[in-house]
Design a protein around this ligand. Structure first.
Ligand SMILES: N[C@@H](CCC(=O)N[C@@H](CS)C(=O)NCC(=O)O)C(=O)O
Length: 278
């Protein structure tokens, strides 16, 4: 399998050459984690069916020594099953439902809303031949003209930033979503951030966002896989008057702090009892 250690990878890019799809980004990282070289078939949204010899109209897709594998999750399952002697993407398959839950939450609170904040830029950054199709299909998706959907994003971006606090809470305590080492959990979530970087003509995250450290460490993996020159800066979102906090300070109790006895919870108890005897 995988002659010369190389797998054919169907990319989906903007005219900048930067990969755009979250699913395609996550898959690129997954293939590199397994140690493969990629024979990249470049291209945009038009002609996917033709490029893949009629096999699929959606990407990612890979071909491993004549075996076609479709779907981002399908590819991960295939890679771990076919190459168990290489670093596992999901060492514990029991993690899959949890990663799916985090992924679904992230799409709901951030990826979908970011897509709507940058939908006209997304179209403008496409290859010329993709623009008509992307305009038509995305206007059906969002139910209006892309410019109208994108309008007012300065008011929405701070809210999205605030919504993704659970990621910050987790990554304050752990270097990677995969624990001590990056795993597919990390690749699944960095994919959407790199999609964002492929379209974000204005920054969506604060300059000092605590997620920056993890995002930049992910981008450095595999020789700087996430550092294509066509990507836009992610940091620099200003906090205007009336905006929510773009990210929260470290929390005090509850999920934020381990209970190691009364000493560890005293400050919180005193605050919520405010002099009242417990
Ligand atoms: N369930 C699929 C979803 C793949 C998918 O929807 N890919 C999008 C890119 S984000 C695509 O190829 N779109 C082509 C189009 O819009 O015509 C997976 O996880 O791979």
């Amino acid at each position: 399998m995988a002659k010369n250690n190389t797998i054919t990878f169907f990319d989906l890019t903007m005219a900048t050459g930067a990969t755009t799809s979250p699913f395609v980004w996550s898959t690129k990282f997954a293939l590199k984690h397994k140690g493969f070289d990629l024979d990249v078939v470049p291209g945009g949204f038009t002609g996917i069916l033709e490029r893949t010899c009629g096999v699929t109209e959606r990407l990612p897709a890979i071909v491993d020594e004549g075996t076609w594998v479709l779907d981002s999750w399908g590819i991960v399952e295939y890679l771990d099953k076919t190459y168990p002697d290489r670093p596992m993407l999901l060492a514990d398959p029991g993690m899959v439902p949890l990663i799916r839950a985090v992924d679904a939450w992230f799409w709901r609170v951030a990826v979908g809303p970011w897509m709507r904040c940058f939908c006209a830029d997304y179209r403008d950054l496409c290859f010329e031949e993709d623009k008509e199709y992307v305009t038509h299909s995305r206007e059906i998706m969002v139910g209006m003209k892309l410019e109208d959907k994108q309008a007012g994003r300065e008011d929405r971006l701070p809210l999205i930033s605030a919504e993704i606090e659970p990621l910050r809470i987790t990554l304050r305590e752990s270097s990677w979503l995969g624990g001590n080492e990056p795993s597919y959990a990390d690749y699944r979530i960095i994919g959407p951030f790199l999609f964002l970087a492929s379209v974000a003509k204005i920054p969506p995250l604060a300059e000092d966002d605590p997620l920056r450290d993890w995002i930049e460490r992910c981008r450095d993996l595999f020789g700087g896989l996430g550092r294509h020159p066509g990507l836009f800066p992610l940091y620099g979102l200003p906090r205007r008057e009336g905006d929510p906090e773009l990210f929260a300070p470290p929390g005090q109790g509850g999920i934020h702090k381990r209970n190691t006895g009364p000493q560890s919870t005293r400050a919180e108890t005193e605050r919520i009892t405010d002099g009242m005897k417990k």
